[in-house]
Design a protein around this ligand. Structure first.
Ligand code: HEM
Length: 438
């Protein structure tokens, strides 16, 4: 840190000196050291300091002059000869190029002569471009300044660049995707529990008080992780933790929401637009318990919860289609079973199963839930059944059961909205549309 500051100050001094040299060149106005001090010693130090700027301008001018690919000069007929001479002399003096021989031309001529000799003598050895000038002690000073400037810029920009900008999100996406499959976990994929983590991290939003939501990543704190609705999400958090170590600049809030996006996409769902820039907050920002839906209730409760976040009926119906993924665990929610036969594929099966099956109460000692009458293998929560019973919700259920593309399109929009609730993104945060892995 201290070294970074020191280099930063050094670079600033060089820049000031360079600016003064530029002004001197353009206007002839030169800073007078004697206006600051009577001490001859100090005056000579100031002179040496100003000389650094002169050398830097000289070097820059020389490089620009000799790089016609990148710079061209349009000399106006009005430009005075003395100004042109002054600029050329300045370049020469700082580089110690012999007067009157343009360095590039001189070197090029010699190179061409040598090549002609080489070709006529049949020598097969390669010729190297001869050095244009002999590097004097000035070159060393310039090199050091240039190096200092680069190092200073590096430290300076590293200190001032916000953390979220230092992350390669395409790379994080790939690494999350690499964590999805695991034969020993559940149905063979962490995808469903990643989606649930992203949703529970975001679904605490309250539009009235503008509290909660994914910003803050507060779901990682025991005060929020411990809410009954969040049981089992430690499996997702623990799985993602090594990536937080690997990418220390990504916030938990970004990591958890991005994991939801990766899971939806990699399990065959739609592309979900995602932005980085969420910041992590402390335990003090955890939301109170009770903001996530209670699966044992019906349509009114579901509406209360989702309207509080700012969703309408169509968006709610689209979001719940994520129940095509994963399963319920007695050890987590008390409920049991998957919603369909392909819990690791993102499909519109939640709607088709809901409409096409006859759902009967499960006979068991656990909480009230439904199973399909035919096989008894698949389940529906009481809250899921509300989407079949409520006529307004049912309209969308029928639409999405008949048209998977329409479901994918609406889900992608609603899910992206969910992950952004309450987040104040930096103005320059880019929107990512990640490509799925092959
Ligand atoms: C009506 C509102 C909702 C209720 C009442 C509800 C309830 C539940 C319950 C009780 C579970 C089982 C948890 C377990 O035992 O592991 C579950 C799982 C799941 N929920 Fe929801 N949920 C709702 C909305 C959503 C939404 C909006 C999404 C995503 C957009 C979602 C995604 C999931 C996923 C992917 C799983 C499976 C997790 C796994 O396999 O580990 N849910 N949900």
């Amino acid at each position: 840190m201290a070294l970074g500051r020191l280099i930063h100050i050094g670079v600033d001094l060089v820049l000031v000196s360079t600016a003064l040299a530029g002004i001197r060149q353009a206007t002839g106005l030169k800073f007078r050291p004697e206006s600051l001090t009577d001490s001859k010693n100090l005056q000579s130090y100031i002179d040496s300091y100003l000389a650094i700027g002169e050398k830097t301008v000289g070097l820059a001018t020389y490089q620009m002059t000799n790089n016609p690919n990148y710079f061209s000069r349009k000399i106006s007929p009005n430009m005075s000869l003395s100004l042109r001479l002054a600029s050329r002399n300045l370049t020469r003096s700082s580089l110690r190029v012999p007067a009157r021989i343009p360095a590039r031309t001189f070197a090029t001529q010699r190179y061409q002569q040598q090549q002609q000799q080489h070709q006529s003598s049949g020598n097969s050895k390669q010729f190297k471009m001869p050095r244009t000038t002999k590097a004097g002690p000035g070159a060393g000073v310039l090199g050091a300044i240039a190096l200092g400037a680069v190092a200073g810029w590096y430290f300076y920009s590293n200190e001032t660049t916000p953390s979220w900008k230092k992350v390669n999100y395409n790379s994080v996406y790939k690494d999350i995707a690499g964590l999805l499959e695991d034969e020993d976990y559940d149905d063979g994929s962490y995808g469903p529990v990643f989606v649930r983590l992203a949703w529970h991290a975001s679904g605490t939003y309250d539009k009235k008080t503008r509290t909660g939501g994914s910003d803050g990543g507060t779901i990682r704190h025991p005060a929020e992780a411990g809410h009954g609705a969040n049981n089992g999400l430690e499996h997702a958090r623990d799985r993602l933790e090594p990536l937080k170590k690997q990418y220390p600049n990504i916030s938990y809030a970004d990591l958890y929401t991005l994991a939801g996006v990766v899971a939806v996409q990699e399990l065959g769902g739609p592309t979900v637009r995602w932005r980085p820039g969420r910041e992590d907050k402390t335990e003090a920002d955890c939301t109170p318990d009770g903001r996530l839906p209670d699966a044992s209730q019906g349509a009114d409760h579901v509406r209360d919860i989702f309207y509080r976040m700012g969703f309408n009926d169509q968006e709610i119906a689209a979001l719940v289609g994520a129940h095509a993924l994963g399963r319920c665990h007695t050890s987590r929610s008390g409920f049991e079973g998957p919603w369909n036969a392909s819990p690791t594929s993102f499909t519109n099966f939640f709607y088709t199963e809901l409409l096409n099956n006859t759902w009967v109460p499960k006979k068991w000692n656990g909480p009230f839930q439904y199973v399909d009458k035919q096989s008894g293998q698949f389940m529906m929560l009481p809250a899921d059944m509300a989407f079949k019973k409520d006529s307004e919700f049912r309209k969308y259920v029928e639409k999405y059961a008949a048209d998977q593309d329409a479901f994918f399109e609406d889900f992608a929009k609603a899910f992206a909205k969910l992950l952004e609730l309450g987040v104040k993104f930096p103005e320059d945060a880019p929107v990512y549309e990640f490509k799925t892995l092959e």
